[in-house]
Each structure stands twice: as C-alpha cells, then as structure tokens.
Design a protein around this ligand. Structure first.
Ligand code: S3P
Length: 437
C-alpha cells in the first residue's frame, strides 16, 4: 500500500472507540455479575482477542450489532480455568491486563501471542503478580510469552511502586487485587492513563486516587467488592484521532473535524504538543459522554515549529510519538522528544522503526540516548521510501500519513496490523480525500 499527495483533506469523521477503554469494558463485564452492555466498542483485532479470552474464562460475550456488545459475567472469584491457550495476537494491553485478572483466581492459564508480542517483556507484570501469590509455571526466557501462570489461591494485597509509568502494570495489579482481602495500592511516579480506576469506581468498587509527588498518583483499591454492571459508552480513541489530525496539519489547504474525541487529560499530550508547535486545533464543543470528556476537534493545515517535548509528558502521549515525528518532519526547526525509552518495548522497537522510516524518506533526524530529534525545514518531505512496519499498526499508519504530504509517495510493507486498532483507517482517510492504494 502506498500513500500519495493529492489535494487538501476536508470533511468530518468519527474514529473508532478507544482501545484502552474497550479492553477494560470487556474485562469489567467478565468480573461483574450480570449483564454489562457496551456501545462504541472498538472492533479491532486486539479487542476481539480480549473478547475471546473473556469467553474462555467463563463470560458470555455477545455481539449485538456494530460496536454494540453484551457481556454476561459471573463476578470476581468465579472465573473458569480456560481449556485452551489464551492467544492475544498482537495485543500487549489485553494480555497484560488479563494476566492480572487470572492472577487473582486459583486457575491455571497459558498466554501466547504473535511474534511481536512474544518479544515484549512480561516480567514487569509477573514481578508484582509473584508478590501477590501468583506462580509462574513456565515462561520463555526473559519472562516472555508463551507463559503459564497459576493464579493465587488466596491473593495477597500489596503496595507496589511501578518501575516505569505504565497503565498496563497498574491495571494488572489492580485487577489481581480485586480478589485480595484488604487494600492493594499502586504507586506511580508519573501518572499513567486512569481508565481502570475510573471504570472500577463506576462499577462501585472502593477505590481512591491521590497525588503522589509532582507528577505521580497513589491508587488504593479495597478488594472483594460487589461490582454492579453499568452500561459503558466507549468514546472515540484520541490515539486513532491523531492520524487524521496530523494528516490535516501537514497537507496544505486541509480543514477537517474529528468528532467526539476523548479529551481525558492523561491522553492528550499530543494535542498539547501540536498546539505548542503552532497547530490550529479548535474544540468545537466539549461535553461529557460515557463518563469521559469529549470534544469535536477542528484541525486546519498549519505552519508548524519545532519544539522540545518534556520527558514527563510521555505517559500522556506514549502511543503518539510515531505520528508526532511525522508532524515534526514538516515543521520548521528541530523537535526534540525526550525520554522515549518505553518506545523500545512497544509493538515494535518504535524508536528504531520511526528513525528507519524517517531515514527512508529523507528526513534529518538523530537518536540521542533515549531522545529522538527530528529536523524539518518547514517545507515538504522528500518521501519515496518503503517503510518496514515490524508488525506495528502505528508505524504503518504514521508513514501512510506522511505519504499524503510528501513529494514522492510512501509505501509500507505490511498493512495487516492496522486492523488491530483502526480497521477502517484506509476508507476513513480516503473519505477525507487522501489517496491510499
Ligand atoms: C495502554 C497503556 C499504554 C499504551 C497501550 C495501551 C493501556 O502502555 O502504550 O497502547 O490501555 O493500558 P503502558 O501504560 O504500559 O505504557
């Protein structure tokens, strides 16, 4: 697949439901007695794997219509031992959160995934779970998939300080702590996305979140709650909205509206950064939908300037650096993205994959330690390269966006992983006027 420059991008679009909230909606449904109805669920490959795992653990999960799902769960403490392997495909979030869920139950389960997921570190989840009484029966070298765990007979409540800001670690510990008597506490020095805490509170759990230090949080959950099912409305994913937004910023003459984008403060670091770069992004209407703030965002082509992106902003835009690097390539001057060490353990080594994609398309850049520096001259990028996506949806989409504005078309070697998070990316970009073929 290639993306090439054509005219301006125009129109109004709605991107699919938030991936983080979609995984958690299915998991909360599994852990709650009765029926949880979900609307706006992302029907991407990653989330469908979580749905399969929820079924294997005893939930009745029904697809009622587009984005409309019903989960009939049995409640905390009642999960069934799955008969087969839980295969999470490409999904780090689904696999890691479910390790926490299984860890809180006296059942044995084997977790596996595709070649990308098999490379990703799972010790960051297994270590706190071990402290909570989970036994790791088998794992590939370096605590990697495939791995088999036996959940705790009597889960031990712990206080755990995460070694890196990661909502996946925090959520796994909290999900395991749901079946522990007493209080489980997670301390993070940089706050990560808070969807697990918000959803647990919405379902009636006793959970509180306090400030910790300058940028951190201390989250405390009382175990063995009575969770009550509630309808869940999944807002549009800001991490998916990032692609049409950056495309509109870099394609001359563009003006688009992306509807109902979730504006959770822990997810909008990219919007903050783009605005600092001079991006014309206007909120047309801010409102609350499904317990989250959302806004319609109007985005116009803008002359961007390079900026310094502070490391402490990383958790709020962790998945958006590849597409920020694309915006930076069209900006005037240097953009320095600080503290990107976590990008090395995403669906691919994203730091290297982005650098290689920039190199293939004539963009001046440098990796300095854990920082990425991209230099632009405020004009178009050469393009003409073929980008290796390394089984990473966000690398594929980022460089296709770059191709919509570069002098020569840009190709990506593998489109298939886009279906993990944004199955209708190509038709949606085409509706805005992008040429992808
Ligand atoms: C996610 C957390 C992030 C993010 C991932 C989704 C989540 O990972 O990269 O795409 O839903 O909890 P970390 O918090 O582990 O960095």
């Amino acid at each position: 697949m290639q993306a090439r420059r054509k005219g301006a991008l125009t129109g109004t679009v709605t991107v699919p439901g938030d991936k983080s909230i979609s995984h958690r909606a299915l998991i909360l449904g599994l852990l709650t007695v009765g029926e949880t109805v979900v609307t706006g669920l992302l029907e991407g490959e990653d989330v469908l794997r979580t749905a399969d795992a929820a079924r294997a653990l005893g939930a009745n999960v029904e697809h009622l219509g587009p984005g409309h799902w019903r989960v009939h769960g049995m409640g905390v403490g009642t999960l069934l031992e799955p008969r087969g392997v839980l295969d999470f495909g490409n999904a780090g979030t689904g696999s890691r959160l479910m390790m926490g869920v299984v860890g809180g139950h006296p059942i044995r389960a084997t977790f596996d995934g595709d070649a990308s997921l098999r490379k990703r570190p799972m010790g960051r989840i297994l270590n706190p779970l071990r402290q909570m009484g989970v036994e790791v029966l088998d794992a590939a070298p370096g605590d990697r998939l495939p791995l088999t765990i036996r959940g705790a007979d009597a889960c031990i409540p712990v206080t755990y300080e995460t070694p890196v800001a990661s909502a996946q670690i925090k959520s796994a510990v909290l999900f395991c702590g749901l079946n522990a008597p007493g209080e489980t506490t997670v301390i993070e020095n940089e706050a990560s996305r808070d969807h697990t805490e918000k959803m647990l509170a919405y379902f009636g759990a006793d959970i509180r979140s306090e400030r910790h230090g300058t940028h951190g949080r201390r989250v405390t959950l009382r175990g063995q709650p009575e969770l009550a099912p509630k309808p869940i409305v999944v807002p549009a994913d800001p991490s998916s909205a990032a692609f049409p937004m950056v495309a509109a910023l870099i394609v001359p003459g563009s003006e688009i509206v992306v509807r109902s984008v979730m504006m959770n403060p822990l997810r909008i670091g990219l919007i903050t950064t783009l605005r600092e770069m001079g991006a014309d992004i206007t909120e047309l209407e801010r409102r609350i939908e499904g317990g989250e703030e959302v806004a319609d965002l109007r985005v116009r082509h803008s002359a961007l300037q390079g900026v310094d992106v502070p490391a402490e902003r990383a958790p709020s835009m962790i998945d958006e650096y590849p597409v920020l690097a694309v915006a930076a390539a069209f900006a005037m001057g240097e953009t320095r993205m600080n503290g990107l060490q976590e990008l090395r353990v995403k669906e691919s080594d994203r730091l290297q994959a982005v650098a290689d994609g920039l190199a293939a398309n004539g963009v001046t850049h440098e990796i300095a330690g854990d920082d990425l520096i991209v230099s632009g001259n405020g004009k178009a990028v050469r393009g003409g390269g073929t980008v290796a996506t390394h089984m990473d949806h966000r690398i594929a989409m980022s460089f296709l966006v770059m191709g919509l504005a570069s002098d020569k078309p840009i190709a990506v070697d593998d489109m298939s992983f886009i279906a993990t998070s944004f199955p209708d990316f190509v038709p949606l970009m085409a509706r805005l006027g992008g040429e992808l073929a």
